[in-house]
Design a protein around this ligand. Structure first.
Ligand code: ATP
Ligand code: MG
Length: 410
C-alpha cells in the first residue's frame, strides 16, 4: 500500500471515524479519546516527545480527521493509522480548491495514478457536504468520469466490481483519493475502562486482549510464571506478546507473578484430575486481587468454549466461582482457525508458536475432569489453603512496560 500512495506534495491523510459516529450525546468524549490516541501514536506533544516526527499536524473537521506530515514521516504515520482503533478507514488524499476545474483535474491525476499502478477499471463516488458547490454528486461523477476518460481512456468505468474507487469529498476544501485502507474499526482505546488480561504464551490470550482493546478497553496483563519448570524463554514470549498487543492498546503493563510454589502445592495436594481446574481457580483469584490493586474493572481470558478440558462450560463455572469481577472471554464462540487468522493479522502468531512450554502444559493431567461441579471444586480448592501463598506471590510481582508510545507515561 505504502508505495501506492499519490506522490508529490507533502502527504495528507484523511481519516473516517468508525462506530463512534453512532454515539449520541457522548460522541464528543469518544472523539477526544480518539484524538488523544492518534496524537500519542504519532508521538506528538507530551514532555517526552522525542521530536522524531516533527512537522506532523492533526486537524479536525466534521466527521473527518486529517493528518499532515513531511514526506519522510509518511511511513511512520501510516503505521500509526494501521494501529488506531476507532477509525473505519484512512487514505492518503489530494486536496484542492473547491472549483469544478480543480476537482476534475485532481480526479484526472488520480485516474492516471491508478492506471500507472496497473489498475484497469474504476468508479467514482462523490459526496458533497458543501451544497454551494455548483455540481451535485451525480454531476461530479459524470463530469470527472468524462475528464478521466479523455486523459486515460484505457481505464474503464466499472460500477459493480471496479478495481479502484476514486472518492471525491467536497467539504471545507475538496479532497480526492482512492485506495482507501480499511481501519481497525472498534472504539478508541481508553473509552471503555481498563481490564486485566491473563496472558499466557499461547495463541489465544493475545488475540483476546486485542479484541477487548478493539472495544475501547485499556489493558494491563498478568503472566503466571513457574520457574524453573518454565524457563525465562517462556516468560520472554509473554513479554514479546504484550509488546505486540501493546502497540495497538497504547501500551500494556505486564505483571509477572511467580506461581511455582502455588503450583507445587496444587501438584502435591490436589487429585490429579483436578489440577488444571484448581490451578485456573488460583490464577483467577490472584488476578482478581491484582485487578483491585491496579483498578482494573474486569479480567480477560483467551478461553474458547470446549477448546480444552478446562474450558467446558462446567469447568468455566468452577474457575470463576470465587470471583466478584466480571470475566470477559471475547473468544468464547470463536473457533481455532478464526483465532489463528486474527493472530496472524495482529502479528502475534509467529511468537505464540515458539516452542517454549507454558506452565499449564507441563502440569496437565492425562485425564482431566471434564465436567467439574462447583461444590467439589470449591471444596478441593479451599482444602489447599492457598490464600497466603497467593498473597506472597502477588507481593513479589514484577512489572514491565510493553509497547507504550514514547509520549505516554504509564
Ligand atoms: P492460550 O493460547 O491463551 O494459552 P490455551 O488454549 O492454551 O490459551 P489454556 O492454557 O487453557 O488455554 O488457558 C486458558 C486461559 O487462561 C488463557 O487464554 C489465558 O487467558 C489464561 N492463562 C493460561 N495460562 C496462563 C499463564 N501462565 N499466565 C496467565 N494466564 C494464563
Ligand atoms: Mg495456554
Amino acid at each position: 500500500m505504502r508505495d501506492d500512495l499519490p506522490p508529490g506534495e507533502a502527504p495528507l491523510y484523511i481519516l473516517k471515524p468508525g462506530e463512534l459516529v453512532l454515539k449520541g450525546g457522548n460522541r464528543k468524549s469518544f472523539e477526544q479519546v480518539l484524538l488523544r490516541n492518534l496524537r500519542a501514536l504519532l508521538e506528538l506533544g507530551g514532555k517526552k516527545s522525542p521530536g522524531r516526527l516533527r512537522g506532523i499536524r492533526v486537524e479536525e473537521a466534521r466527521d473527518r480527521y486529517f493528518v499532515r506530515c513531511p514526506a519522510e514521516a509518511a511511513r511512520r504515520v501510516e503505521e500509526a493509522l494501521d494501529r488506531l482503533f476507532g477509525i473505519s478507514g484512512w487514505a492518503r488524499t489530494r486536496s484542492c480548491e473547491k472549483t469544478v476545474e480543480a476537482v476534475f483535474a485532481a480526479c484526472v491525476k488520480e485516474g492516471e495514478a491508478l492506471y500507472s499502478r496497473g489498475l484497469r477499471s474504476y468508479k467514482i463516488e462523490a459526496r458533497r457536504t458543501d451544497k454551494s458547490f455548483p455540481l451535485d454528486s451525480y454531476g461530479i461523477c459524470a463530469g470527472a468520469g468524462q475528464a478521466i476518460g479523455n486523459k486515460t481512456p484505457e481505464l474503464r468505468v466499472e460500477v459493480h466490481s471496479p478495481q479502484g474507487i476514486i472518492q471525491v469529498e467536497i467539504r471545507e476544501k475538496a479532497y480526492v483519493y482512492s485506495l482507501a485502507r480499511r481501519g481497525l474499526r472498534g472504539l478508541p482505546v481508553g473509552s471503555a475502562g481498563r481490564g486485566l488480561l491473563l496472558l499466557s504464551g499461547g495463541i489465544d490470550s493475545p488475540v483476546a486482549g486485542f479484541r477487548m482493546a478493539s472495544r475501547g478497553m485499556g489493558l494491563d496483563a498478568v503472566y503466571f510464571h513457574a520457574f524453573p519448570y518454565t524457563g525465562e524463554e517462556a516468560r520472554q514470549k509473554a513479554v514479546r506478546l504484550a509488546e505486540i498487543v501493546g502497540h495497538y492498546a497504547l501500551g500494556i503493563r505486564l505483571w509477572t507473578v511467580s506461581f511455582t510454589e502455588v503450583q507445587r502445592r496444587i501438584k502435591e495436594g490436589a487429585a490429579e484430575a483436578w489440577r488444571t481446574v484448581i490451578l485456573r481457580m488460583a490464577m483467577m483469584e490472584c488476578a482478581e486481587k491484582l485487578a483491585h490493586r491496579i483498578k482494573a474493572k474486569c479480567l480477560i481470558t483467551g478461553e474458547s468454549l470446549s477448546q480444552v478440558a478446562s474450558q467446558t462450560v462446567e469447568n468455566i463455572a468452577c474457575t470463576q466461582s470465587l470471583l466478584q469481577l466480571p470475566v470477559l472471554r471475547p473468544l468464547i464462540g470463536a473457533d481455532k482457525e478464526e483465532i489463528i487468522r486474527l493472530a496472524q493479522d495482529i502479528g502475534s502468531y509467529e511468537i505464540s508458536i515458539l516452542p517454549y512450554e507454558d506452565c499449564c502444559v507441563l502440569f496437565s493431567p492425562p485425564h482431566p475432569v471434564l465436567r467439574g461441579s462447583v461444590e467439589e471444586a470449591r471444596k478441593y480448592y479451599e482444602a489447599l489453603e492457598l490464600g497466603e501463598e497467593i498473597d506472597r506471590a502477588l507481593e513479589e510481582r514484577t512489572m514491565e512496560k510493553c509497547g507504550f508510545p514514547a509520549t505516554i507515561s504509564p
